[in-house]
Write a protein that binds this ligand. Structure first.
Ligand SMILES: [Zn+2]
Length: 411
């Protein structure tokens, strides 16, 4: 009975939630763009169950999720990579999201496991190197859809979705959107568990091509196992589709709310939304004072990209000095100073965060200098971005830029 009362209360909250201020509160803010990607389609059925095909489940949940957002969040633009049963290549899906300058990319899939018809639960994935064989096999299965594409070897630069060796490319990551992706993935799992009452199979990393090509926070959701008859029936029922899409929808609301609060307060902790343009100061910044005695970094001409900056100060962290650096790469293992992923850059530094080595290039108190440096590196590292440190600790980039601006306007 208590359970029933809770259920009714929960149903009421769900019913009212769309009308709650969560969506309306920020209608004046910048339009938020979400791309919903129903996995597979057309001649690519995805995983096949006893009574259904993955592509149809994915599409039903994607459309339901999109309609929930469209009807309740007037400040959100919803874009589908497909809204009917058609084949869309993986690169094209990412291209749709990139062209739309989406704020979030949600790819919807259904899991399957050979020789197991009892495993249950939903999982959410972000881009990274799979930590286990089982995780790798999920990425392999989802990436193998490129085999349906003509000329996939050229399009995906010789990537073989079924060869474990191919997945080495996911070892070196642009980590620009990682923290936001992991945050959204965690909320999705939380809501699957508490709202949808699904078995929580957690947040994982995997080498998914579609996520690699998307230049925004992005996740891939595995709704459940089509190979488990009970889950297959559930995912094909109206109740299942409604419940799962509502779980992702409520996670979306929470994520968007968090995003807008951080954005509005200027305390956005992720670097992906920093302006990354030269900050106007009065008088203009002309003095660059390195914290440590200026020591020009060795520069080595390379044939791979444009000129490397001639001098690079390597300041050490000092009291209350903010040091800006350009982050170029993240990796699960430590790389030697001359590793080929550094593309000839000398003096690459690193710090540890979230169990990853994060590699930076250049260092200066002058934010504008790092903006120019980052621009000069775009030929080598498309996804590079600026990070800030104070007393040797990473700090909020927007707060660092604000301090830089304040300090230089005072002079
Ligand atoms: Zn799939």
């Amino acid at each position: 009975m208590i359970f029933r009362r809770q259920y009714i209360l929960f149903a009421l909250i769900c019913f009212w939630w769309p009308a709650s201020p969560l969506c309306a509160i920020h209608t004046a803010a910048k339009e938020f763009v979400v791309v919903i990607d129903a996995g597979h389609g057309g001649n690519d059925p995805g995983a096949i169950g006893k009574i259904s095909r993955e592509k149809d489940i994915n599409l039903k949940v994607a459309l339901k999720l999109g309609s929930l957002i469209r009807s309740n969040c007037k400040d959100v633009k919803v874009i589908y990579t497909r809204n009917k049963d058609v084949f869309v290549s993986l690169n094209r899906r990412a291209e749709i999201a990139n062209n739309a300058k989406a704020d979030l990319f949600i790819s919807i899939h259904t899991n399957a496991l050979a020789k197991n018809n009892t495993i249950k639960g939903a999982s959410t994935w972000t881009l990274g190197l799979a930590k286990t064989e089982a995780n790798l096999s999920v990425a392999k299965r989802e990436n193998s859809v490129i085999l349906y594409e003509d000329d996939y070897q050229t399009t995906y630069a010789g990537f073989d979705p079924n060869s474990s060796e191919s997945y080495i490319i996911f070892e070196f990551m642009q980590d620009k959107y990682m923290s936001q992706s992991v945050r959204f993935a965690s909320i999705v799992q939380q809501h699957f568990k508490t709202i949808c009452r699904r078995t929580d199979r957690g947040v994982h990393q995997g080498g998914f091509l579609v996520l690699k090509a998307s230049a925004m926070p992005s996740v891939l959701v595995e709704l459940g196992f089509i190979s488990t008859p009970e889950e297959e029936r559930y995912m094909n029922s109206k109740e299942g589709v409604d419940n799962l899409s509502r779980g992702i929808y409520s996670a979306f609301l929470q994520y968007k709310e968090e995003y807008q609060i951080r954005f509005a307060s200027g305390e956005y902790s992720d670097s992906s939304n920093q302006p990354e343009s030269v900050v106007e100061t009065t008088p203009p910044v002309v003095n660059h004072t390195p914290v440590a005695p200026s020591k020009p970094a060795e520069t080595k001409p390379t044939t791979e990209a444009g000129p490397t900056p001639k001098t690079m100060s390597i300041p050490q962290p000092a009291d209350d000095k903010i040091i800006f650096k350009v982050q170029i790469l993240a990796s699960a293992r430590q790389l030697g100073a001359n590793h080929k992923e550094f593309k000839g850059l000398q003096g690459v530094d690193n710090y540890m965060e979230d169990g990853l080595y994060k590699y930076t290039y250049g260092a200066s108190e002058n934010y504008n200098e790092m903006v120019r440096l980052r621009k000069s590196l775009t030929g080598k590292y498309v996804g590079s971005f600026i990070v800030a440190f104070k007393n040797g600790k990473k700090m909020n980039i927007n707060a660092a830029i604000a301090e830089f601006k304040k300090k230089n306007n005072k002079q």
